[in-house]
Write a new protein. Structure first.
Length: 71
């Protein structure tokens, strides 16, 4: 193997390594976005469940069902 071939191979390996790093970074970024979206979805579901539970308790206890407006 002559010096020119070795340099060319080295440069190709550098370029391929850079491409692989860019692809890996993109994959990690997409996974981060999916993870963030999942967390937001879970938080929203928790808030919805809490609100539904509050409404259920209010309905079961009659809270807010009748207001005495007589003075």
């Amino acid at each position: 193997m002559d010096l020119t071939t070795a340099i060319t191979n080295f440069q190709q390996a550098n370029v391929m390594g850079g491409v692989q790093m860019a692809v890996a970074r993109k994959i990690l970024d997409m996974q981060q976005l999916q993870g963030d979206a999942t967390v937001r979805l879970i938080e929203a579901a928790g808030k919805t469940a809490a609100r539904a539970g509050d409404q259920l308790v209010a309905a079961a206890t009659g809270l807010g069902g009748k207001i005495d407006v007589r003075g």
